[in-house]
Design a protein around this ligand. Structure first.
Ligand SMILES: Cc1ncc(COP(=O)(O)O)c(C=O)c1O
Length: 429
C-alpha cells in the first residue's frame, strides 16, 4: 500500500467533502421560466431575449450583442457577417475545442492551425505572423481556459495587416483586458452558453460587435436571412439559429450571479497559483498583467518533467488520475491538438471536398503544433471551473494534493490503476 490515494493511501479529501455544483440556479430562475411558459411567448425576438442581449453586451461594454443557437454557430455567422467564405484562410489556434476550426470549414474557408504559447496555450503571435499569407482574411483568437495572448499586440497586428480579428470567448464570459470586456477587443466575437460554460442555458450562443451594419447582418444570419426590422429588401441567404425565451430567462438569472462568480474564481485562482508556484516541478500558467479581470472555464497548470522524477512513461494523465483519487474531481489533459484530434475530421464530409487543392489545404496533419502536442500528451492539466467556486480551504486541498503527488510520484506506474477513465462531463466539451 502506498501513500497516494491511487495506491491505497488516505485521500486529501474524503468522500464527504463536496465540491460546488455546476450549473446553478435559484428560485427566481424557476419563477421566470414558469412565467415564460405561461406567457405563450416562447421564441423569436422575445422580450427576455432582447433584455438579456442588452444587459450581457452592456456588462462587457459592447455596443451591440445578439443571441444565437450556440457557440459553434456564433463563429460561423461571425465569419459570414464579415463575408469570409470559400478558399479564404483563417488562422485558428492549434489548441482549442474543435468547433473553432470546424466553423471555418463550414463557411468553406481554410483553417490554418497555428501553435500556442507554452505558458498560456493561447496563440503564439510570432507564429501567427509567420502564417499570414495573401489569402489570410481573419484571425480567430481563443481566450482559452483562463489565459489570454497579448491582445494589444494581436489587435495591432490585425490592423497593420488588414485582417479581421474574431474573438472566440466561449470560455471567458466576464474577462476584461485593460478594463475592456472580451468580445469588444476585435471586430466580432462569439460566446457559448453550453452547460459547462461560466454562463449557461444548457445550450446557447451570443455574438458581439461594435458596428451597426455588422450587427444587422448578424441579425439576418441568425434569423433565416430576414433583414433587420423585417426589411425584406435586405434579405440574405441563411438558416434559423435563434434561441428560445426559456434560454434567455435562465441566462438572465445567471447574469445576476456572473460578476460575483467570476471575481470569486479569479481570487481563488490567483491564490492557488501562488501555492502551486512553490511546488518544485509545477508551473502555473501566465496571467498577463493587462488582464484586469480573469475568467476561468478551466483552471490549468503545467508539469515540469525535467524536475519531476517519475518512472519512464509517466505523463500528465497518470498525474491527473492520482489527483482525481486525492480530490474526487476530474483533472484531465487539455484539448487534443487539432492536428490529431478525434473530433476534427475535415476529410469525412463530402461537402468539404470543394476541389483537390482545398482538400489538401484542410488536412490538419500538415500543421506542426509541438507546444499544443506537449501540453496535451505530457505537460498540461485542467480542472473544471466549479472547483474555483469553493472556499480558500478547497484551494489548499488542491495544492496539498498536487504537492503530495509530486512527493510520491515514484508510486505512479504506467500499468497501475489508471485515471478513472470516465471523463468529467464538463471537460469533455
Ligand atoms: C473554445 C470553444 N469555442 C467554441 C465552442 C462551441 O460552443 P458550443 O458548444 O456552444 O457550440 C466551444 C464549446 O465548448 C469552445 O470551448
Amino acid at each position: 500500500m502506498g501513500k497516494l490515494a491511487l495506491t491505497g493511501g488516505k485521500p486529501v479529501r474524503g468522500p464527504k467533502a463536496k465540491w460546488p455544483q455546476w450549473p446553478v440556479h435559484d428560485s427566481g430562475d424557476v419563477a421566470l421560466l414558469s412565467a415564460i411558459t405561461n406567457s405563450n411567448r416562447w421564441s423569436f425576438d422575445g422580450p427576455y431575449e432582447w433584455q438579456f442581449a442588452k444587459e450581457f453586451a452592456a456588462y462587457h461594454k459592447s455596443k451591440f450583442g445578439i443571441c444565437c443557437a450556440n457557440g459553434t454557430v456564433g463563429l460561423q455567422i461571425a465569419m459570414e457577417a464579415l463575408d469570409i467564405g470559400a478558399f479564404d484562410e483563417v488562422i485558428v489556434p492549434g489548441m482549442t475545442w474543435q468547433a473553432t476550426a470546424a466553423a471555418v470549414l463550414d463557411v468553406n474557408a481554410i483553417p490554418v492551425l497555428v501553435d500556442v504559447e507554452p505558458e498560456t496555450w493561447c496563440l503564439d503571435l510570432a507564429k501567427v505572423e509567420a502564417a499570414i499569407t495573401a489569402k489570410t482574411r481573419a484571425i480567430i483568437v481563443v481566450h482559452l481556459y483562463g489565459c489570454m495572448t497579448d491582445m494589444t499586440k494581436l489587435a495591432k497586428l490585425c490592423r497593420d495587416k488588414g485582417l479581421y480579428l474574431i474573438e472566440d470567448c466561449a470560455h471567458q464570459h466576464g474577462a476584461f483586458w485593460k478594463g475592456r470586456g472580451v468580445g469588444t477587443l476585435g471586430d466580432i466575437a462569439s460566446f457559448s452558453f453550453q452547460e459547462s460554460k461560466v454562463l449557461s442555458s444548457g445550450e446557447g450562443g451570443f455574438n458581439m460587435c461594435q458596428d451597426r451594419k455588422l450587427f444587422e447582418r448578424l441579425y439576418s444570419l441568425r434569423n433565416c436571412g430576414r433583414g433587420y426590422k423585417d426589411d425584406m429588401t435586405n434579405a440574405i441567404q441563411s438558416g434559423n439559429f435563434r434561441i428560445t425565451e426559456w434560454q434567455a430567462g435562465i441566462l438572465l438569472g445567471g447574469l445576476t450571479r456572473l460578476d460575483e462568480q467570476v471575481k470569486r474564481r479569479d481570487v481563488n485562482a490567483q491564490y492557488l497559483n501562488a501555492l502551486l508556484a512553490q511546488i518544485p516541478g509545477v508551473l502555473p500558467m501566465r496571467r498577463r498583467k493587462d488582464i484586469t479581470q480573469a475568467s476561468y472555464f478551466n483552471f490549468t497548470f503545467r508539469l515540469d518533467w525535467d524536475i519531476l522524477t517519475a518512472k519512464p512513461g509517466i505523463n500528465n494523465s497518470h498525474f491527473g488520475a492520482a489527483l482525481h483519487a486525492e480530490l474526487n474531481t476530474g483533472f484531465e489533459p487539455p484539448y487534443e491538438p487539432l492536428n490529431a484530434c478525434g473530433l476534427y475530421k475535415p476529410h469525412t464530409k463530402k461537402r468539404h471536398h470543394l476541389n483537390a487543392e482545398y482538400w489538401k489545404k484542410i488536412d490538419p496533419t500538415r500543421f506542426k503544433l509541438p507546444v499544443a502536442e506537449a501540453a496535451h500528451r505530457k505537460n498540461g492539466l485542467a480542472v473544471h471551473h466549479h472547483v474555483l467556486l469553493g472556499a480558500t480551504k478547497d484551494m489548499d486541498h488542491i495544492a496539498t494534493a498536487v504537492a503530495k503527488v509530486v512527493k510520491n510520484i515514484q508510486e505512479l506506474n504506467v500499468e497501475g490503476p489508471q485515471a478513472s477513465r470516465k471523463r468529467y462531463r464538463a471537460l469533455a466539451l
